[in-house]
Design a protein around this ligand. Structure first.
Ligand code: NMX
Ligand code: MLT
Length: 442
């Protein structure tokens, strides 16, 4: 059985060859022109980054090395294959796919789960740092700070100081990346215990369990098979959404300065903490519960419409709707909705039913409102209500779960950045005066 490190080592020579080929055959070819609207509009639509793990299509959504979410659901080793209770794909399987482009065997995933469990315990100084935070500090700020502190033991930073060769950078980057993925659940669980008093705050990690089996145990939901299986699906499908989103792009940008994986991912988490990005899942639940408080548990389509208009007229965005790239409902939303349809206990849930009804009404309202380029639900529209129904009701914590996941996509690219020797990222900016001068405006 191959280890993940061996599997990554095998794919790198071919990737290097493909890149060299592309550089020599096509370096001068155009990928489109840069317009002033791109510069002023958040670089929307510009093809300006290399990102190997996934590609996002506006209409069909995300594919991971060419595989759609339903393909992954069929092909990737899941909880049932590994006899773990539950049936959803494992984030470990997705990590392997994103890093190597290949589907791992059950044995390879089992071995990876054991490796992650063996590396999952936090150094005591990081526990102390987390314990020193006030309960009122947002869980995402705590998360980013703790992840940054892990750079104390970075294999990459140490190897760089010793003068490691550039062609070998990827190896300690991968070592740090695996170590970080392994430790994220323990950090997240410690924060949950300190802020919300759930779980026991201890790092009881069992090497016979998968990453999420251990996480669920640490946050006090070990016996909740529905929630544990939901977390597997959630964390597998939130991992990667090509490179341009704020968190992935941040990891890549910071990593391009040869900051190690802990520093790069700490920065990514701070971007994920913004309400237009990962914090939207917290916002969705607060928004939906606010509606329940106002109109009761069985809101009619008419009452939902009115609540949506109240939100829009007050100048706020409807959280969980719209997307910078997608122009159809997010396939991740569809996957989470499928999970709800499979589970009788969720079909009885008033919050799950409310979120479903909102997805039937909101696109029409947003179209009529006329501003949003994409009136359909994104992943955040659905992700929180299931957590809430299963008892994980502290929605200020939800983006932390997204943060455990995004590492599975952002860190593989960092390994590839180092393996391919990609340069420091440094686009050109312009001032309004310089732009006007360049364009010949008065
Ligand atoms: N509700 C109300 N207005 C919206 C919404 C929405 N859900 N989505 C976009 N708009 C507005 C947007 O604010 C902008 O208005 P203005 O011209 O006044 O600045 C206008 O519609 C055009 O924006 P778009 O081009 O459609 O969207 P953009 O690419 O700029 O932003 C999002 C994408 C995702 C930031 C935006 O749709 C949004 O704010 N959605 C709500 C927050 C959310 O769900 N974020 C989660 C994204 C997924 N994730 O996990 O990261
Ligand atoms: C993501 O998963 O990062 C979000 O859908 C945002 C994006 O892709 O821009």
């Amino acid at each position: 059985v191959k280890t993940l490190t061996e599997a990554v080592g095998e794919v790198i020579p071919k990737k290097r060859e493909e890149l060299a080929q592309l550089k020599s055959s096509s370096a001068d070819k155009s990928l489109g022109e840069v317009k002033v609207s791109n510069l002023l509009g958040g670089m929307r639509g510009l093809k300006i980054m290399l990102w190997e793990g996934s590609v996002l299509d506006a209409n069909t959504g995300i594919t991971f090395h060419g595989k759609t979410i339903p393909d992954c659901e069929k092909e990737l080793p899941n909880a049932k294959d590994l006899g773990l209770g539950g049936k959803e794909m494992l984030p470990e399987s997705m990590l392997w796919l994103l890093l190597t482009g290949n589907v791992p065997s059950n044995e390879e995933v089992k071995q990876l789960s054991a490796e992650l469990a063996a590396k999952g315990k936090l150094p005591s100084f990081v526990e102390k740092i987390i314990d020193s935070f006030p309960k009122t500090l947002h869980p995402m700020t705590q998360f980013a700070a703790a992840v940054g502190a892990l750079n104390h033991d970075s294999a990459f930073a140490a190897a760089y100081t010793k003068g490691i060769k550039k062609t070998e950078y990827w190896q300690p980057t991968l070592e740090d990346s695996i170590d970080l993925v392994a430790k994220l659940p323990a950090i997240a669980a410690r924060i949950y215990y300190n802020v919300f008093g759930k779980g026991d705050g201890q790092q009881k990690i069992d090497t016979s369990k998968d990453l999420i089996g251990n996480y669920a145990e640490m946050i006090g939901y070990g016996g909740n098979e529905g929630l544990t299986d939901y977390l597997r699906l959630y964390i597998a499908i939130h991992g990667d959404h090509e490179g341009g989103n704020v968190s992935a792009h941040t990891a890549h940008l910071v990593g391009s300065a040869l900051s190690d994986p802990y520093l790069s991912y700490s920065a990514a988490l701070l971007g994920l903490a913004g309400p237009l990005h990962g914090l939207a899942n917290q916002e969705v639940l607060g928004w939906a519960l606010g509606m329940q408080d106002k109109v009761g548990p069985n809101a009619s389509h008419e009452q939902i419409k009115e609540y949506l208009w109240d939100t829009l007229k007050s100048g706020r965005v409807v959280p969980g709707y719209g997307h910078a790239v997608l122009r159809r409902p997010d396939p991740r939303f569809t996957a989470l909705s499928r999970f709800c349809d499979d589970r009788p206990e969720l079909q009885q849930s008033s919050i799950v039913q409310l979120v479903k009804k909102v997805s039937e009404v909101a696109p029409g309202v947003l179209k009529e409102h006329g501003k949003t380029a994409n009136p359909f639900p994104n992943v955040d529209a659905a992700s929180g209500c299931v957590l809430h129904e299963y008892g994980l009701s502290e929605f200020r914590y939800y983006t932390v779960i997204f943060g455990i996941s995004r590492a599975i996509g952002a860190l593989p690219q960092l390994v590839m950045d180092r393996a391919l020797g990609l340069p420091i990222e440094r686009p050109k900016s312009m001032s309004i005066a310089a732009l006007n001068k360049h364009l010949g405006n008065n």
